[in-house]
Design a protein around this ligand. Structure first.
Ligand SMILES: C[S@@+](CC[C@H](N)C(=O)[O-])C[C@H]1O[C@@H](n2cnc3c(N)ncnc32)[C@H](O)[C@@H]1O
Length: 272
């Protein structure tokens, strides 16, 4: 049986989305099995299930090119990518896109590194928030999604600010480091097993002074505390979060936005 969602119908992939789904199923069961609990479970379903759409409605709308890119990703037949793990739910989307755009503008970033481009949502969001002359280098290992991203970038305002680097991100990051490149903002959203390595190269060589690192999926659907080590991703993210917490070169905050976003800064000498 395919686990790929029907086009346009993404399944929940955040802790609160999964919670709402489970509560809804319980509320339906309770109507027959425990009618006294059904009302309260329905209330809890509204509390959990309404959160993400409330956040969505109170976040500035995405621009036309990003809406088109997300729609093309949702329409795409992901069954053709069976076995790759690629699916429409990988797209970061509206709220994260706005968050990245605000970070890009607020930090005054001019050079951005996108690690894990997929169909290009985060790369385009950040590119469109850069000042003139700004650049995004976007890393992606899968040629087919890179081609989808490339087509969207060609049709988008400021899509020409994005340079796609096709290949394993670890190799690309080392090439960029060898070429002396530096980035003001780095978004890490590729294979979770690679996160520790990507962070290490970024901190050692790629992060410009005062730069900001943004890491996606650091709540990993709640698995790091509900079922640590139960899947390779749960293990990788649990270990990554612990390592960042113990790393005295950095300070960080884990925000419970969508599936968790961690902001990381290098602590400069003399700062608190
Ligand atoms: C969660 S998606 C990225 C979503 C994207 N940032 C967005 O905003 O929609 C993860 C992407 O990382 C890519 N990826 C996985 N392993 C990789 C690797 N070793 N090097 C480069 N990209 C990788 C996958 O092919 C996938 O497209």
């Amino acid at each position: 049986m395919s686990t790929v969602s029907a086009p346009g119908q993404a399944r929940p992939v955040t802790p609160v989305g999964l919670l709402a789904d489970r509560l809804e199923a319980l509320a339906v069961r309770a109507e027959c099995e425990a009618p006294g609990l059904a009302g309260e479970l329905t209330e809890l379903t509204r509390l959990a299930g309404g959160l993400e759409s409330y956040v969505d409605r109170h976040t500035s709308p995405a621009g036309r090119n990003l809406v088109d890119l997300a729609a093309a990703t949702a329409r795409h037949d992901w069954t053709a990518h069976a076995g790759t793990g690629l699916e429409q739910e990988m797209l970061s989307g509206h709220v994260e896109g706005q968050f990245l755009q605000i970070l890009t503008a607020a930090t005054g970033a001019r050079r951005v590194l996108d690690v894990g481009m997929f169909t290009g949502y985060s790369a385009l969001a950040m590119a469109q928030a850069l000042p003139d002359g700004g650049r995004v280098v976007a890393c992606e290992v899968d040629a087919r999604v890179a081609a989808m991203a490339s087509a969207s970038f060609r049709a988008a305002t400021h899509g020409d600010r994005i340079e796609i680097r096709l290949g394993p991100a670890g190799d690309t990051l080392r090439e960029l480091a060898g070429a002396g490149q530096r980035f003001d903002l780095v978004f890490i959203d590729a294979d979770k097993a690679g996160y520790a390595d990507y962070l290490s190269v970024v901190l050692d060589a790629l992060l410009a002074p005062g730069g900001l690192i943004v890491v996606d999926n650091t709540l990993m659907q709640g698995l790091p505390w509900t079922a640590p080590g139960s899947t390779p991703n749960a293990h990788a993210i649990g270990a990554f979060n612990d390592a960042v917490t113990a790393d005295d070169r950095v300070r960080q905050v884990l925000l419970p936005l969508r599936d968790g976003i961690t902001l990381i800064q290098r602590i400069s000498e003399g700062s608190t």
